[in-house]
Design a protein. Structure first.
Lengths: 96, 427
């Protein structure tokens, strides 16, 4: 199963809102995945296939050498932007 | 009848079980399959109990801090933390059940108001609603409400805030995001509007914060738990140093008193981490269900979302608002005791989230100068309101702590200043 983790500072509000948008996009695309949300402190230890977070966290993630695909959004709940950035990644890892 | 009494007296009085049952019914109504119903209900219960565990960690750390603070400085130092208030209300005051049901009542009132008024906002920030339910329950029960009336009053007041706060923020949110599709659902909104007002007056014609280059080193502060630790560790260690080695040793046993203070500060962060992990589990089933129902009942609804959703629109303003708000809270910490109010220590969680969001608001209407002066005023404002509640919290038995998010403080003051006097007219 494809694992996607959505990340924000506290792992409560905006990552959850973003998760719901990601789930809606995945449903449109017909891709099955398990999506969860978390805080940035624990994200580096995660084993998700794709991590999605806000642009403002990009520099935080760059300090680690993470094996998974990373997506950074300007607008966390904008389904068009999510789709635009998620589709190439899904294609690259052969899930679409 | 024995079995019914047993269920009512021994099972339903356990808030974790009640809330699991609520999730269970909700999942059944959504026609989820059996496995999802069971795992969802169990996770909700687990979340509630994890939350309680986090709360007791926080409280233990705060009790220690209270002791060294009063020894070191000869006065009470209050740590503002809505998480700690919620934890103590649920664990020690036994209000967990009422809070859980009020939480649902706020959702219901929110949907009704969004359906029948022109405020089409659906408040999706679950933890903010939990804090609101906590405050209306605590202050409602002190005002003399109990049982159904307590839940009804909490639902009405909380539900009103859930649509009114996004509504007053929307003109500026529209300016920030350039669309009218999302709204802000965060109970610090009175502070944002206040700060934006100051910024607008002072900052006319000032340039945007987004042209400033900030040092990259400050980036770690966007990591919530690190930024809390960043402040709590020096705070505890300096306080322990003032309290002195001999007093510190009484509390720390075999461990060096400064090392112990360091560990207790980290313990506080651990408590916040565990508590919020519990909240995450607790809300994982409830919020999507609420969203699904709300969007069916209110077709043209606007989702009101948690504040960091706005952060990518003006990241510099977030840092600037955080810094200027913190300056304001430090000033207020020293100034308020002169007026006979408690000494409120800077609350870093709120300073970051509320200060950062206020920064975006202030930048949108008053640029850099607006963020500087508006932010200091904002910090002062969000310290003053919780300071007004300290005597009440002390008399209810809360330990060295007060609420944060100013809208929930506003709701508490509605109970204290308006509803309570009206109630006493009738009794």
């Amino acid at each position: 199963m494809l694992n996607i983790l959505v990340v924000c500072g506290a792992g409560l509000g905006s990552s959850f809102a973003c998760q719901m948008s990601v789930e809606a996009v995945l449903q449109d695309l017909g891709v099955k995945a398990s999506v969860d949300h978390s805080d940035i402190s624990s994200a580096a230890g995660s084993r998700a296939d794709i991590i999605i977070s806000g642009k403002n966290f990009e520099s935080q993630f760059m300090r680690y050498d993470l094996p998974m695909e990373l997506i950074f959004l300007d607008r966390l709940v904008d389904k068009n932007e999510i789709k635009e950035k998620l589709v190439p990644v899904l294609e690259a890892i052969g899930k679409l | 009848m024995g079995i019914i009494d047993f269920i009512i007296d021994s099972v339903l009085t356990q808030a974790s079980i009640t809330i699991a049952l609520i999730a269970f019914i909700g999942l059944l109504l959504q026609r989820k399959d059996f496995g999802e119903v069971m795992s969802g209900s169990f996770k909700t219960m687990l979340g509630f109990l994890v939350l309680s565990a986090g709360a007791s960690i926080i409280v233990n750390s705060l009790i220690y801090f209270g002791k060294i603070f009063s020894e070191g400085f000869g006065m009470q130092g209050i740590v503002p933390s809505i998480e700690a208030i919620n934890g103590q209300a649920m664990n020690d005051l036994g209000l967990g059940n009422q809070i859980a049901i009020t939480f649902l009542a706020i959702f219901v009132v929110n949907i009704i108001l969004a359906r029948f008024t022109k405020w089409k906002y659906i408040f999706l920030t679950g933890q903010a609603i939990l804090w609101m339910a906590t405050m209306t329950t605590v202050f409602g029960s002190v005002a003399g409400f109990s049982g159904i009336s307590l839940i009804l009053m909490g639902g009405l007041v909380g539900g009103f805030f859930a649509v009114a706060m996004p509504a007053i923020a929307q003109p500026i949110v529209r300016k920030i995001t350039g669309t009218n599709e999302i709204a802000l659902g965060h109970f610090c909104t009175i502070g944002y509007v206040f700060a934006a007002g100051i910024s607008k007056v002072i900052g006319k014609g000032s340039k945007s914060t987004e042209d400033i280059k900030f040092p990259k080193g400050l980036g770690f502060l966007s990591d919530t738990y690190l930024s809390v630790a960043f402040v709590m560790i020096p705070l505890y260690m300096i306080t322990a140093a003032f309290a002195g080695a001999s007093f510190g040793a009484e509390l720390s046993g075999d461990v060096n008193y400064l090392v112990y203070a360091f560990l207790q500060a980290v313990e506080f962060v651990v408590g916040v981490y565990v508590l919020l992990a519990g909240v995450r589990l607790l809300l994982a089933e409830i919020v999507p269900a609420f969203r699904g129902i709300a969007l069916k009942v209110v077709p043209d609804a606007k989702p009101a979302l948690d504040c960091p959703v706005l952060f990518p629109y003006a990241p510099n303003a977030v840092t600037a608002g955080f810094v200027t708000t913190t300056i304001g809270t430090v000033i207020a910490m020293f100034v308020l005791p002169w007026f006979g109010l408690a000494m409120i220590l800077p609350g870093m969680l709120t300073n970051f989230f509320a200060g950062g969001t206020a920064g975006i608001f202030m930048n949108a209407v008053g640029g850099r100068r607006g963020v500087l002066f508006g932010g200091i005023a904002h910090g002062f404002f969000i310290t003053l309101l919780p300071a007004l509640l300290v005597p009440h919290f002390n008399s209810f038995g809360f330990v060295n702590t007060t609420a944060t998010d100013v809208d929930t403080v506003g709701a508490a003051l509605v109970f204290q200043w308006i509803i309570s006097p009206i109630m006493s007219l009738f009794s």
